[in-house]
Design a protein around this ligand. Structure first.
Ligand code: HEM
Length: 417
């Protein structure tokens, strides 16, 4: 799963080397904050691109080179993501073992999920998102142009509400879940590190309340005669067919709410923050959008550009936003700290090291994103970094095709990308 860097990370600087297993970093001093990238660069310099780290009692192997990460992504038979997704479904989102590890979740539910978010399936969903985002921003900012509003309030809450309503339905009480969602999400890195449920009563109670809002919403959909969204319809249908009853359908939808909100709303926020802080501010991007709008209006003289035709404008004008696209890539490069995890399914040799079945491998895409050989001044935000040719991103004198991997890679690449 991807995590935008605002949560804790732990830094290790010591070294232990032994035989054919990757060198191990021993913890010297834990550092909390957004230092993950710096630490990883240090570790890669000291230990090489494959090293082991033990955190919260669990040892994982970190891979910090683009070519090795690519090799892992290309070998889903030996390096699997699905068992990790199943483990998360059970341990983090509380779906019982007999569902999380059922053969139906693998053969039916996950593939149906992929279909809902497929390039074709996502189009009506995206169009709805555009309208809801427009409505939410209007409701938050529309009447307040002459007052000062905290950027987080102005961006995160509308982005959260719009995404929640897009996927769960227009009557979903998104605003009632925002606080609890954050309480849970802020503890997510400790939860995934394996800290048991009883030590985190606050975050888990908050999550139970989110699930209960989803349950209440879903139970009232029929009596409200509201159109059921693609994701809700698919989930209810799968759960009914496999008799995954009780709280399970709502818990599964809430897990989706986590996946779709946890990173995306922060990407919106950081894009605006970095733009505002850059030397020319937001003006070059606004000018690009104005040009695209004028161009669209002149080529569609009979269609007024309104909230309802806005999705069409966006679809028609995709190629007209190179600077905005570059900004978004740059923000994802600079702020994501991805947990792209794979489990070793068979004993195997990789990069000169032995791995046994069950070993956990973490593709540290952030190490690639802040590699100074690939990116000049990697910790600086440069809005035009991705404007021209992708071949300029090189390492060891060769182009690095996978220089940007905020959504992971291979067959388990993020479905929401
Ligand atoms: C900026 C926003 C996002 C980022 C940075 C992000 C990042 C990631 C990453 C790194 C993975 C793991 C992929 C791998 O290990 O190769 C992942 C998986 C996933 N993401 Fe996202 N994600 C984002 C938004 C979304 C959204 C909006 C949705 C849903 C609409 C979503 C749904 C999923 C799902 C379902 C998976 C599991 C894929 C699988 O098992 O094959 N993500 N995401």
């Amino acid at each position: 799963m991807g995590v935008l860097t605002r949560s804790g990370s732990v830094c290790y600087l010591g070294v232990q080397v032994s035989g054919t297993i990757p060198p191990k970093a021993t913890p010297l001093r834990p550092i909390f904050g957004s230092m993950g990238g710096l630490c990883l660069s240090e570790l890669r310099k000291t230990l090489g691109p494959v090293f082991r780290v033990k955190a919260a009692g669990r040892e994982s192997t970190y891979i910090a080179s683009p070519s090795l990460i690519n090799a892992i992504y290309k070998d889903p038979k030996n390096f699997q993501f699905l068992p990790i997704r199943q483990q998360f479904t059970q341990d983090v989102f509380g779906i019982p073992h007999e569902i999380s590890f059922s053969k139906e979740i693998l053969s039916e539910y996950f593939p149906s999920h992929t279909r809902v978010l497929s390039p074709k399936g996502i189009i009506p969903i995206l169009n709805r998102y555009v309208s809801y985002a427009h409505q939410e921003l209007h409701a938050t900012l529309g009447s307040r142009w002459d007052t000062t509003v905290a950027l987080k309030e102005a961006l995160l809450i509308p982005a959260y509400n719009a995404a929640a309503r897009t996927f769960l339905g227009p009557s979903f009480p998104a605003e009632k879940t925002y606080q609890d969602f954050n309480t849970f999400n802020n503890a997510f890195h400790i939860i995934t590190a394996g800290v048991p449920r009883f030590l985190l009563p606050g975050p888990y109670r908050a999550w139970d309340r989110v699930v209960s809002h989803v349950k209440d919403h879903v139970s009232k959909l029929r009596e409200r005669n509201e159109e059921v969204t693609e994701l809700v319809a698919m989930t209810l249908d799968e759960c009914e067919r496999h008799r995954w009853l009780g709280d399970n359908p709502s818990a599964m939808l809430a897990a989706d709410l986590w996946a779709l909100e946890a990173n995306a709303i922060w990407a919106v926020y950081w894009t605006i923050v970095y733009l505002l802080q850059s030397p020319h501010g937001i003006a070059p991007v606004v000018a690009e959008i104005d040009r695209a709008r004028e161009n669209w209006i002149s080529t569609h003289p009979s269609i007024p550009l309104t909230a309802s035709t806005f999705p069409q404008f966006l679809e028609d004008s995709m190629a007209d936003f190179p600077l905005l696209t570059s900004c978004i890539h740059e923000v994802l490069r600079l702020t994501t700290s991805t947990f792209s995890i794979r489990r070793v399914s068979n004993q195997t040799e990789f990069a000169g090291f032995e791995f046994k079945e069950g070993d956990e491998i973490i593709c540290t895409t952030r190490a690639v994103h802040v590699d100074e050989e690939i990116y000049e001044d990697p910790y600086q935000f440069k809005m035009d970094r991705f404007l021209d040719g992708q071949n300029k991103f090189q390492k060891d004198g060769k182009p690095v095709p996978n220089h940007l991997m905020p959504f992971g890679g291979g067959v388990s690449m993020c479905e929401g990308r």
